[in-house]
Write a protein that binds this ligand. Structure first.
Ligand code: 6GU
Length: 249
């Protein structure tokens, strides 16, 4: 997979792309990341990329020309060509990024991420250049850069072989629509707090049921909204009913 990132602040990506999973996935050739400075495509001596909004109102708006030029050059498009891959604008007005969207993006061979800044981008970028708009949540960031990093990270760890262990993402929180069960490692007693006995028992069927119930319990306590969409077995529903019954008694 290849991801082009277009930004006014390429330096922001240095740390996050050079550590841990993202570093290893690039070294292994699973993903290549190219960060491009939109300013390199801005015409004029001052390479101006923003300007005041028509109609007033204060703040600054990203100009369309540098963004169109940058995207077309990076993707090898002529003006008016059909997009060769998803061209995604990061904006608080976009559709909400979720694990499902991460899976959807991970299916593509190539993505272009355009980072918005200031009060916004000229509407013609939305109307005539990008193919999708994504937000990472209902809060305001200073620009799309951090959102682009979030998306690159979430997508990369879904690529086959990125994590070493092929089953590693199967039990992630949100992977199956539920929050994950709790984890423990050595020592077996830490400051007087023991590891749950079931984890030491070696009884695989009981252990699987315990993990599933812990996952259901966590989700029920913290994110009951997720239970609406989750795939639940008869046993899962019965367990959730015992939680409800306990809570209302
Ligand atoms: Cl993608 N951009 C900005 N500026 N703020 C955000 C966001 C994106 N997602 C959540 N907040």
């Amino acid at each position: 997979m290849h991801i082009d990132i277009l930004t006014l602040f390429p330096g922001m990506f240095c740390g996050p792309f050079e550590e841990s999973i993202l570093k290893r996935a690039q070294e292994a050739g699973l993903i290549s990341l190219a960060v491009h400075n939109i300013r390199d495509w801005a015409p004029g001596k001052h390479r101006q990329c923003d300007d005041t909004p028509y109609g007033g109102g204060g703040g600054m708006v990203m100009k369309p020309e540098p963004i169109f030029n940058a995207v077309e050059a990076v993707l090898g498009m002529a003006p008016g060509d059909l997009a060769p891959c998803p061209i995604i604008l990061l904006t608080p007005q976009g559709r909400q990024f979720t694990q499902q969207v991460a899976h959807e993006l991970a299916r593509h061979e190539r993505l272009a991420l355009v980072c918005g800044r200031y009060e916004g981008v000229d509407e013609r970028v939305r109307a005539h250049l990008v193919t999708d708009e994504i937000s990472i949540g209902d809060y305001v960031l200073s620009g799309g850069e951090l959102a682009a990093m979030v998306i690159v990270d979430a997508v990369t760890r879904l690529l086959p072989d990125a994590l070493g262990d092929p089953g590693a993402t199967l039990h992630d929180s949100h992977a199956n629509g539920l929050l994950e069960h709790p984890h423990y490692t050595r020592p077996v007693v830490f400051r007087g707090w023991p590891v749950p006995e079931i984890l030491l028992s070696g009884h695989h069927a009981h252990l699987a049921r315990w993990r599933r119930e812990q996952s259901l319990l966590r989700t029920w306590e913290r994110r009951p909204d997720l239970l609406q969409e989750a795939q639940l077995s008869e046993a899962d529903r019965a367990y959730l009913e015992t939680l409800q019954a306990e809570a209302s008694s």
